[in-house]
Design a protein around this ligand. Structure first.
Ligand code: C5P
Length: 397
């Protein structure tokens, strides 16, 4: 994804600096090269030795370094890159960038560069929320600086909230979006998401506990990689992401129609928890107790299987990805499901009550391919989405 791209990576002084080591590894794995710059504060958290070893490159630290100046001046250093990335970008570094200071190598490079700059802020919640940081960030965005993160979560200092540096894979996705205008540029992907509501009468319906979080995260991640996304969503708790084309539906039948109308597509990701049955004898009037003590009898009809319909249809997208929410024998059930539905991949997960996956922020998935399976560790749904989007981009390459 980053083949031949040169990244000038400025590592600021925050506890998140340790993640920059993984970032270097991922950039290089994607085919990019890294020229590392370690600020004095950054060197308190990671050593030049580990940074240099992972980058397999000289680590630049001092502004006035005669050898470095003879080999490659600091102006040249800031210009020979394709993109300048600051990770972690501390509150102090952002302030110095916003103020146009040039009192060390990192700030001088940032002032002298003619390339785009991507920052991954990382700091304490209060520092992140402070009006000074808000002002600095607004100024930097106005200058065209790109940002990724921060994430919300438990922080090293024990507080909770926004301020955690984005995960390295998210930074790599942002780098790729900044450099390549996205590997999915020009691709159309349909994503289904959320539950469906199957009416019993005008006021009652049958639903399930899907929040739509995973589907929304997938749509956002695909969008970030440049895809044109049609997001067909049932009545979800999590709002749809910005920058995607939203088709809001209620029932499985409506969802099937919306998906058909959205074809053709390069890929379809069916993350919706579609109701298997609808009430065949749904009442047009509100059902009432009639005093006889007899409960109404609901009759069910099977809903169309949207995933199977798309995967086996004439206008089949090149890549069709289904989900399998299971409570037992996850891999075995998902493997047969992949074959039965005719899709290329199944993202399988265990949604037993104890897992907290249904409606929760995290997911633990197993990917089922024709060639075998791949188990991902438990991680945030956003992270699952980003990894999946990267895999989809690779498959459509
Ligand atoms: O058969 P099951 O519901 O377990 O399969 C789950 C997968 O199939 C999900 O990808 C879901 O979005 C899709 N599905 C569908 N239409 C249905 C039922 C499930 O698209 N009626």
């Amino acid at each position: 994804m980053l083949a031949g791209k040169r990244i000038l990576l400025i590592i600021g002084g925050g506890i998140a600096a340790y993640k920059s080591l993984e970032l270097i590894r991922l950039i290089r794995k994607e085919g990019g090269s890294v020229t590392p710059v370690l600020t004095r504060a950054g060197a308190e958290f990671v050593t030049p030795l580990s940074v240099g070893a992972l980058a397999e490159a000289k680590v630049h630290e001092a502004l006035f370094d005669l050898t470095a100046e003879a080999e490659m001046g600091h102006i040249e250093l800031s210009r020979s890159a394709d993109l300048v990335v600051v990770a972690p970008a501390t509150a102090d570094l952002l302030a110095r960038m916003a103020g146009g200071l040039a009192d060390d190598l990192a700030s001088t490079l940032l002032l002298a560069t003619d390339k785009r700059v991507l920052v991954a802020p990382a700091m304490n919640v209060r520092m992140w929320q402070h009006p000074a940081t808000r002002r600095n960030l607004a100024a930097l965005r106005g200058d065209g600086v790109l940002t990724v993160g921060p994430d919300k979560g438990e922080m090293a200092c024990g507080e909770y909230g926004p301020g955690r540096m984005a995960e390295p894979s998210a930074i790599v996705a942002a780098i790729s979006a900044a450099l390549c205008a996205g590997p999915l540029l020009g691709r159309h992907v349909i994503v289904t998401s959320g539950p469906t509501h199957e009416p019993i009468d005008p006021v009652r319906y049958i639903a399930n506990r899907s929040s739509g979080a995973q589907g929304a995260a997938i749509a956002a991640a695909l969008r970030d990689l440049g895809a044109r996304v049609t997001f067909v969503t049932g009545p979800a708790v999590v709002p749809p992401p910005a920058g995607v084309s939203v088709v809001a539906v209620e029932t499985a039948l409506e969802m099937a129609d919306a998906v058909k109308a959205a074809l053709p597509a390069d890929a379809a990701v069916m993350a919706a928890a579609v109701a298997d049955w609808r009430v065949a004898n749904a009442s047009v009037q509100k059902l009432k107790k009639d005093g006889s003590g007899k409960a109404p009898v609901l009759e069910f009809a099977e809903n169309p299987d949207i995933l199977a319909m798309v995967a086996q249809g004439a206008r089949r997208p090149r890549l069709v990805v289904g989900f399998a929410a299971e409570t037992t024998d996850v891999v075995a059930n998902a493997t047969t499901k992949r074959l039965r539905k005719g899709c290329d991949w199944i993202v399988a997960n265990d949604v037993s009550p104890g897992t907290g996956v249904m409606g929760g922020p995290e997911n633990a998935v197993v990917l089922i391919f024709e060639e075998g399976t791949e188990t991902w560790p438990r991680m945030g749904k956003d992270e699952v989405a980003r990894r999946l989007a990267v895999r989809i981009a690779e498959a459509l390459r």
